[in-house]
Design a protein around this ligand. Structure first.
Ligand SMILES: [Zn+2]
Length: 422
């Protein structure tokens, strides 16, 4: 049977789970174990970095550097060499610890370095313990077994899952999605599974499902192509003059959130004054949970809306072109940062890509330069004194006289750039 990665279609499913106290304990232990391995690797790195600076001058540091270098080689060894990590952190051998946490921690660590090199996210740092917990584990099939109920991670029925170490656990999710999963005709595999607790204190499991057959029926061709310009007044302006409003989810609850946050920090101060630990301060925890709940609510509202927008665009057009915005760079301008994060530009682009793949539509991202300042009719570029300030919403091209609505014109240019790149 094929591996998940070799299959053509991938689908993520998130289910709520209801662990017992013993199961909650297992989740906490594995979250801690994964973090310990990750931090071990980061710690060795940090020491190497420090020693490299002094090794030339201090003989003792030179010796230590040799030892640490050897240790890195051992720690980074693959497969059976994980014994070195197990020897360094003996609690990993306890029966409550999932065998997969070392591999996952190493994978995350490698990814952190890759992010640093490619996206300049900074050197990997220690992960701190937080109210959120999570760890990953992966599914194994013995030969001759397959499907949703054949692996080490499996559905016992529509309302129960079996997970490694945790065992049988009740789960719930959107009936529509569970129906879709159980009625899927092709061969289906469960791949990596993430078990987590969010800041509100609720538990979730997210399953990567793979199949050679699509999870959705492909959409009929529409013969339509569209360019979209991402904005803050409207979220999306398209090349046909249409738009989707920007719901500003965060902004809507800003007052409520600020009030709750203020109350939370007041309670934190009070607990400190009384010499109580925050962990044991019920008043503080109540408020912390409320703040987390408000954050989660906004994030869900935003995700719902962005799912709706991306679905509409993908449904109505064979090709969607958008700007490949480096949101990370844009967000450095902190006046815009909150507004851009709230709008969710990056999430929208990711959703478009995913849905495009799922429904067999083309989603093309183009470089954002000059899309606003170019006339989509004659190609005249507005430079120097002609450059359009942000306040100008409509303009006439000085070269050909065409009348433009600013964002619709930009969207037209984005579509043209995408078609050119094909
Ligand atoms: Zn023109």
């Amino acid at each position: 049977m094929k591996k998940c990665s070799q299959m053509n279609y991938h689908y993520g499913v998130v289910l709520k789970i209801y662990p017992s106290d013993a199961q909650k304990h297992i989740i906490a232990v594995n979250d801690g174990a994964q973090r310990a391995v990750y931090n071990l690797l980061v710690g060795v790195d940090k020491e190497t970095y420090r020693l490299k600076k002094t090794a030339d001058i201090v003989p003792a540091d030179r010796k230590r550097l040799e030892d640490v270098t050897l240790k890195i080689r051992e720690l980074n060894g693959s497969g059976s060499d994980m014994a070195h990590i197990r020897n360094t952190l003996p609690f990993l051998n306890e029966p409550e610890v999932d065998g997969q946490v070392i591999a996952t921690a190493k994978k995350n660590y490698t990814a952190a370095w890759k992010n640093m090199r490619e996206r300049h996210t900074g050197v990997p740092t220690f992960h701190k313990k937080s109210y959120e917990q999570s760890y990953q584990t992966s599914n194994h099939y013995q030969s001759g077994h397959e499907g949703l109920n054949g692996g080490s991670i499996r559905f016992l029925d529509r309302k129960h899952l079996k997970l490694p170490i945790i065992g049988r656990i009740r789960c719930s999710g959107s009936p529509k999605i569970i129906d879709k999963l159980f009625s899927h005709s092709g061969q289906t595999r469960i791949g990596t599974v993430t078990v987590s607790r969010d800041a509100v204190g609720e538990y979730w499991v997210s399953l990567q499902i793979a199949s050679d057959d699509p999870f959705v029926e492909s959409l009929p061709k529409t013969g339509s192509q569209v360019g979209i310009d991402l904005n803050l007044i409207d979220l999306v302006n398209d090349s046909e003059g249409g738009s989707f409003e920007n719901p500003r989810c965060r902004k809507k609850i800003q007052t409520k959130l600020a009030k709750a946050q203020k109350k939370m920090s007041r309670r934190a101060n009070q607990a400190k004054k009384d010499g109580r630990e925050l962990r044991n301060s019920r008043n503080y925890q109540e408020m912390r949970q409320k703040v987390a709940y408000l954050h989660r609510k906004t994030a869900r509202q935003r995700a719902d809306y962005l799912n709706f927008v991306s679905k509409q665009l993908i449904k109505s057009h064979d090709l969607v072109a958008a700007e490949d915005l480096k949101v990370r760079n844009l967000v450095k301008n902190h006046c815009l940062a909150a507004a851009i994060s709230d709008a969710g530009w990056r999430t929208l682009l990711t959703m478009l890509k995913q849905k495009g793949e799922m429904y067999g539509r083309d989603v093309i991202l183009v470089a954002p330069q000059y899309t606003t300042q170019t006339c989509s009719v004659c190609g005249h570029v507005m430079t120097g004194d002609q450059k359009l300030p942000l306040s100008v919403r409509e303009w006439d091209c000085p070269a050909c006289g065409a009348h433009h609505v600013r964002d619709t014109n930009a969207a037209k240019n984005i579509l043209a750039k995408a078609l050119e790149s094909l």
